[in-house]
Design a protein around this ligand. Sequence first.
Ligand code: MLC
Ligand code: AMP
Length: 504
Amino acid sequence: MEPGLVKQARQHPDRTAVLAESARFSYRDLLRASAGVAGRLLHGAADLEEKRVAFLLPPGFSHVAIQWGIWRAGGIAVPLCIAHPPPEWEYVIRDSGACLVVAHKSLAERIRPVALGCDVAVAVIEDASPEPDSASVRLPSIPPSRRAMIVYTSGTTSRPKGVVSTHGNLQAQIETLVQAWGWQPQDRILHVLPLHHVHGIVNVLCCALWSGAICEMLPGFEAGQVWERFVRSPLTLFMAVPTVYSRLIAAWEDAPPSRRKVWSQACAGMRLMVSGSTALPVHVLEKWQRISGHRLLERYGMTEIGMALSNPLEGERRAGYVGTPLPGVEVRLVDDQGKPVECGTPGEIQVKGPGVFGEYWRRPEETRAAFTDGWFRTGDVAVVEKGSYRILGRRSVDIIKTGGFKVSALEIEEVLRTHPDIAECAVVGLPDREWGECVAAALVPRSGRSPSPERLRLWAKARLAVYKAPQRFLRMDSLPRNLMGKVNKRELAKQFPPEESTAS
Ligand code: MLC
Ligand code: AMP
């Protein structure tokens, strides 16, 4: 038994799988390179038996070859974000109990001290090139129940939790999207998203490779570069978070009229453009439609479940709505007592289906608390109106979505509290035109000390992912608390002046 993606790839070995830095790699290249990686990881053993292998590589063929190689050797792939500071890497390496870190040579020196501090070896990878036939490598049988991947996601606990997906979960998450969005071998998608979250991993990379399509990978997102790539040669699909579309709109508005025309015309050949990971503002949807001619398809998902709700490929895509359940996904809305609500009444979204994860890594209690009667509790609140779901918000004020990344206010507070000049702090998400929400921190300094916002932000960026570092700060004499002594965050959010500029 092989992972589903590998089986699929065998059907079209000569087609192009990955395009990156002007090099072209076929599915045969990917099969051979990943078999070679698996052989080296196994190093004579029969099966990695779900050992965790963390990997740190920029987007490109090597990244995919390592991911597949870990899977084919029977290991659990733990992607690390190339832009994270060392403390974030250390947390993931330790929490996952990784036995090895595979790092690209350009990143190896940065992660080596972290890995060694965790007593974990580093395997350094040059840019992978297609290998000679590696059919002789003996690989273990991988059933769908085998754990495949751990992706770290922030939640209502202070530190991120590892979401464990099996090969069966991933296959279900991929297949529902391939069916709903009509993926074809002729598709060609431009990949600009991070590779440590499901949007970039499942929706873009895995769906493309499942379908025999071409996944063209850019090193990251830069608006002008993406527009010019749209022009260069035909693409059929594009998927991103709303901040990416806002940036593309801003770049288009700044461009001279002749360039605008060329850029807009370049979108005509695409068959589908998708937005997700956070609410798509209606003004972005409408402006993007005027510029590109495409009405964005908005969908809703989560690391724990893959995608659950989607507007239709054919038919009306309603602004402000995320559509209906995807094939094979069951969705219900429940009230505070856990009872399903009447149509038109808001309730918490709960999800069931083969794509839903089985556990948070080594956190049985959090796992138990996340399910009720087999339904996964998303913590998001929605309402069904005229047959379509509209997301109303989240149950917890401590979860913030910024630039499409989920961050925990509690995690940021815990780090800020270690700053010598901070006596008390509270973190909230504030509405933000560019980022959806931005991270804002209210601080009570220790007497006589007054750290500047710029220095605090720099300090935070050395310890936390850049998207977790507060963008706005508010000095207070005391935090607003309720009778129980708990910080009233909804009240606190109102105290940030709307016109306050960002610290960066
Ligand atoms: C970056 N910056 C931020 C920020 N992110 N500032 C505030 N809030 C944020 N969220 C700052 C940096 O500090 C830096 O400033 C400047 O912006 C540029 O940094 P960058 O790292 O180069 O940012 P950029 O690459 O432009 O990032 C924008 C982006 C990125 C939209 C491309 O945020 C992104 O890739 N988002 C996608 C996230 C995603 O894939 N989510 C899916 C999760 S899965 P300075 O001054 O500090 O240098 C999921 C399930 C589902 O949600 O449904 O899909
Ligand atoms: P993550 O845990 O990073 O996978 O983020 C999942 C969360 O993103 C969900 O629980 C929602 O809060 C949010 N989300 C995803 N898609 C949408 C959407 N289209 N509209 C609103 N929120 C969304």
